[in-house]
Design a protein around this ligand. Structure first.
Ligand SMILES: N[C@@H](CCC[C@H](N)C(=O)O)C(=O)O
Length: 264
């Protein structure tokens, strides 16, 4: 089976062209291929499938084989994949995800795609909840970006032990579907800095939907302006939320790492 390994800010996924069919048991395949010691190594698996509602459909699996409804870094790479593999010649695309339809603008010169702007849908925010977890009390703001997030503002995300704090918040009983957890600081009104503990994949170098969720919560709580640069361990994303109820716009890089063959 042919696959392509891609990454956006170091959030890396294995891409399969599902237009002509896919292997059976994709959750098990996602677990096997994502393993960084015994497999290819990735934060998960993304299949490009046919869609009756958009140009393509994104079906994504986390590294543990669970499904994610949406993936911001993953959808940018999907845009580059379909262009680079000649599946489309258009630079404006609509992608069906389990979190809804998303529109993409593929940016770059001539025949290349170096960055992708994604219209990420409108965030749905709830009031912050005080939650006890890992021996501390956290103010968690639930935000849906098509997939579930919990945003926590902290003084210094780099000072935290995410491997200890992330899992109990990810699976807190208040969130039966689990959450991706963002630990965020706002050094100034146009900058966010965050680390993300992802549902089903653990700490990743970046999370596009997580950065959007962080901006939504920061704006709602008066901590940041609507246009920011979000700094994650893997690099930077440009984010713009024009107004409440409107779509969040995210711009960032998309890169191919390598192509390969995997036995199935
Ligand atoms: N890395 C992603 C989000 C991936 C999905 C997530 N782990 C989930 O279960 O919802 C991004 O860039 O948004």
């Amino acid at each position: 089976m042919h696959f392509t390994k891609m990454q956006g800010l170091g959030n890396d996924y294995i891409y399969l062209n599902g237009l002509d069919g896919l292997p059976a048991d994709l959750p098990a395949l996602a677990r096997r291929m994502s393993d960084r010691h015994f497999g290819v190594g990735a934060d998960g698996l993304i299949c490009i499938c046919a869609s009756s509602r958009g140009d393509f459909r994104m079906v994504m699996y986390n590294a543990d084989g669970s499904r994610g409804e949406m993936c911001g870094n993953g959808i940018r790479c999907l845009g580059k994949y379909v262009f680079d593999h000649g599946l489309t010649r258009r630079r404006a695309l609509t992608i069906e995800t389990d979190g809804g339809l998303r529109t993409l603008e593929l940016l770059g010169n001539g025949g290349t795609v170096s960055a992708v702007r994604v219209h990420m849908g409108a965030p749905i925010l709830e009031e912050p909840l005080p939650l006890e977890s890992g021996g501390a009390l956290w103010q968690v703001t639930p935000v849906s970006m098509g997939n579930p997030h919990g945003v926590v503002f902290v003084e210094d995300p780099d000072a935290l032990d995410l491997a200890r704090l992330g899992p109990p918040l990810e699976r807190h009983p208040v969130f039966p579907r689990g959450i991706n957890v963002e630990f965020v600081t706002c050094p100034d009104r146009n900058t966010l800095r965050l680390r993300v503990w992802e549902r089903g994949s653990g700490e990743t170098l970046a999370c596009g939907t997580g950065a959007c969720a962080a901006l939504a919560a920061a704006v709602r709580q008066g901590r940041a302006e609507r246009q920011v640069v979000a700094g994650l361990p893997g690099g930077k994303l440009e984010l713009f939320w024009p107004d409440d109820g409107q779509e969040m716009v995210m711009t960032g890089p998309a890169e191919t790492v390598f192509e390969g063959e995997y036995p199935v």
